[in-house]
Design a protein around this ligand. Sequence first.
Ligand SMILES: Nc1nc2c(ncn2[C@@H]2O[C@H](COP(=O)(O)OP(=O)(O)O)[C@@H](O)[C@H]2O)c(=O)[nH]1
Ligand SMILES: [Mg+2]
Length: 767
Amino acid sequence: MSAWTGLQQSVEQVLQLLNEEPSLGTIELSAIRDSLKKATAPTFEIVFAGAFSAGKSMLINALLERELLYSAEGHATGTECRVAYAAAGQERVVLTFLSKDEIDEQTEILCDRLFDSSDRSDLNTAQQIQAACQRIIAEEGGESKSDRAKQATALKYLLQGWMDNQAHIAPKENRTMAMEEFNFANLQEAANYARRGTNSAVLKLVEYYCHHPLLQDGNVLVDTPGIDAPVKRDAALTYAKITDPDTAAVVCVLKTASAGDLTTEETELLEKTKHNPGIRDRVFYVFNRVDESWYNAQLADRLTRLIASQFRDTARVYKTSGLLGFYGGQVRTTGLNDRFGLDSIFAGESMPQFVNEFNRYCASSGRLPIDRFRIDVRSYESASENYTRILGSEGSPLIDQLISDSGIEAFRSGVTRYLTEEKRPLLLANVMSDLRPIAQALRKVYLERASGLRSQPTDVELLREQGLQRLGLMLQKVAEELQLHIEDELNQVVASGRNEAFESQFRRLQGQLVTRLDELVAEFSVGMVHERAQGSHSRNSVVPLLGILAEAFYYLANGLEDTLVEASRDLVNGFFEQLDDRISQQRYYREMNRLVGHDGGIAALLLQAKELASLALVNAARVECDRYVRECESFFAEGTTSIFQLRETMAQACRGYDYSNMVAAEPAIRQLLKLDFEQKVKMTVLRTFRQTINQTLNSVLLERSRSLVISIPDRYDEARSFLGDVLRREAEEQVLQRDQLLAEIEEKIVVFEGAIDRIGAIGGNTL
Ligand SMILES: Nc1nc2c(ncn2[C@@H]2O[C@H](COP(=O)(O)OP(=O)(O)O)[C@@H](O)[C@H]2O)c(=O)[nH]1
Ligand SMILES: [Mg+2]
C-alpha cells in the first residue's frame, strides 16, 4: 500500500467517523475532499494558460529542454496538448483528430472573417479558398505580417491539414491514433509530425508520454489554446480547464512585456484562477516575451510598474523569454561544424526567428556588459553571417549570458523545485490544515461523551429508590388529573354543548323521533286499528268510534317509545365509547398503567356507569312516551277545523255498524293525531328529554368517578411493588446501555486516534 492510499484510507476513516456524528453535521467538507483528492490523485495537472502567441508552447518546450510542442508565430490552433511521464524507452504519442464537422465549422468562421459575401460565392472548393488565402498573404506581405495574414494562414493550414490527413478524419467523431499506426520511430518523429502547422491545424488533442524527471510523480503539463483564440470554443476550452476542480496548478503566461498592459482576457484568466478552490495558491505568473521590453523603454517601464503595483506580494512571478531561453539551450550543444544550429536545429528554415532575435539581442538589448563582450553586428553581413561569426568568436559565455537574461533557468528551477520538493509537502499541509478542525471537533465530542457516560450512575438499587421517591405525589397527580378530566368531559356535554360528536348524536335522536312520528301517522289505518280494538273485546262485533281513536293513541305512543328507547341507548353507548377513547389518550392514564400495571379501575367504572345510564335513560324514555297516551288539552279545544270535521265524519260513520264507513274518516283522524302528537314530541325533544339526559350522565358519572379518584392514593403499596420492579429492570437496562455506549465510544476513540496517528506520520505533523 502506497503512502497515498494509506493517507486516503485514514482520512476517509476520520470522515466516516464524522459522518456518524450528526450533531457535527454542519462542518464543510468540500475543502478537505479537494485537498485530499489533490494530495492522493495519481496525476497533478499543471495548466498553461494565456493569450494566443504569449509563448505557452515555447515555455513548455523550454521547461523540458526539448522541441516537443508546436510553437509558431501567427497561427492559433485549438489543439490541446498534454505531456505526461513515460518510463525510459516507452515514450509515445496519441493523436486525436478533429471531426470533419468541426473542421467545416472552423472553415466557416475563418471564411466569414476573411471574405466579403460577394467574394465567397466564387470560393467553392478547398483549392479555391486556399488560393484566395495565398493572395491575402501576398497582399499583406507575409504569413504573420498582420492579423488578416495570420487568419489567412490559419485557414490555409486547416484546409491543407484536412487534405493531408483525410484518412484519419471521420465525419462526426474524433478519431484517435497511436504513434505506431503512423510508423513513427520515436517520440520526436511524432512530435515533428504534430508540430507541422498543417497537421496541428486538424488535431484536437495530442498526448505526449515523455521521459523527463519533471514529469515524474504524476505531473502532467497541459498546453491550451489561447484564451483569445479566434474560435470561441477553443477559448472556452481553456477557461473550462481553469475552472476544472481537477486542475492542480496553473501557469499564467502573460503578454504584458510586449503589450504594455494586462488584456481583458488576461484579467479574466487571473480572476478565474483565483476563484478555483482546487488551485489554491498553486499559480505561476510568467511575464513572457520580456526580450521585447529590452528594446522599448516604455514597455520596460510599464512592465516594471505593473509588477510593482499588482504582483508585489505575489510569490512565483517570473520574467522570461521563452524563445531565447529555449533556443539558447539548444544552441549550446552546437558548434562551428553545424554553424551553431543553422545546419541542424534550424535546417530547412530560411530565416530562423531565433537568429534574428539573437542578432538583435547582441546589437541593441544593452544587456551585454562591454567589459566582457565586444560584439559587432555588421549591417553589410547577412543575419546568418553575423550569427555564426559572433558565436564563433564569443562562444559559450555569450550563450550563457543570453540564457541567464532569458530568465528561463530561474523559471525552470522554480517549477522543478516546486514539483519535486515543495508540491508534496504543501499538498499534505493542505490536507492537514483542512483536517485539523474536523479532528479537533471530533475529539472534543468523543471526550465529552465519554466523560458524560462515565459520570452516569451505575447503582441499580439507588436508581430504583430515586424513581420511587415521588410515588405518592405521582399517584396524587394521577387522581387529580382524572377528576379534572371527567369533570371537563361532563361539562362539555352538560353545560356548554361543546362536544360536537355528542351534539350531533343528540340531533339524530331528535330527528329520529320526529321522523318516526311522521311514519307512524302515515302508516296509520282505520282497518288495522279497528282489528286491534275488536281483538281486545272479543264478545262484541261492533267497535265504537271512540275506541278506534283510543287504539290509535296507544299505537302512536308505543311506536314512539320504541324509537326513543333505541336512540337513547345509542346515545349512551356513543358517549361512553368516546369517553373511553379520550381517557386512554390522557397522560394520567398512561401514568396509571406505568405505576400499577393496569388502569386502576377506570374501564370498570366506565362500564358500570354506561349500564346505569342506559338503564336510567331507557326508563325515562318509557315514562316520557307513556304520557303520550293522554290527549293534549288542545285536543278538545273548541273551534278548530279538525274537531269540526271529526264530528261530521263520526256522525256519518255512526250510521253503519262495520268499519268501512269509518275509512272515509281516515285522513281527518290522521290530521287530528298528527296535531296532537306533534306538540308532545316537540316538548320531549326540545325541552324535557335533553335535561333528563344531562342529569342522568352527571349523576351516574360524577359520583362514581369521585369515589374512584379517592381510592387511587390507596394504591401506594401496590404501586411501590409494581413500579419498583419496573424501575429495577429499567435501571439495569440503563446501566447496560451506558456500558455499551462507553465501550463503543472508547472503541471509536481508538480507531480515531489510530487514523490520526497514521495521517500525522505521513503528513509529518500532529493533528
Ligand atoms: N520575442 C519572443 N517571441 C517569443 C517568445 N516566446 C515565444 N515567442 C514566439 O511567439 C510565437 C508564439 O509562441 P507559442 O509558444 O506558439 O505561443 P502560444 O500560442 O502561447 O503557445 C512563436 O513564434 C514563438 O517563437 C519570447 O519570449 N520572445
Ligand atoms: Mg501554443
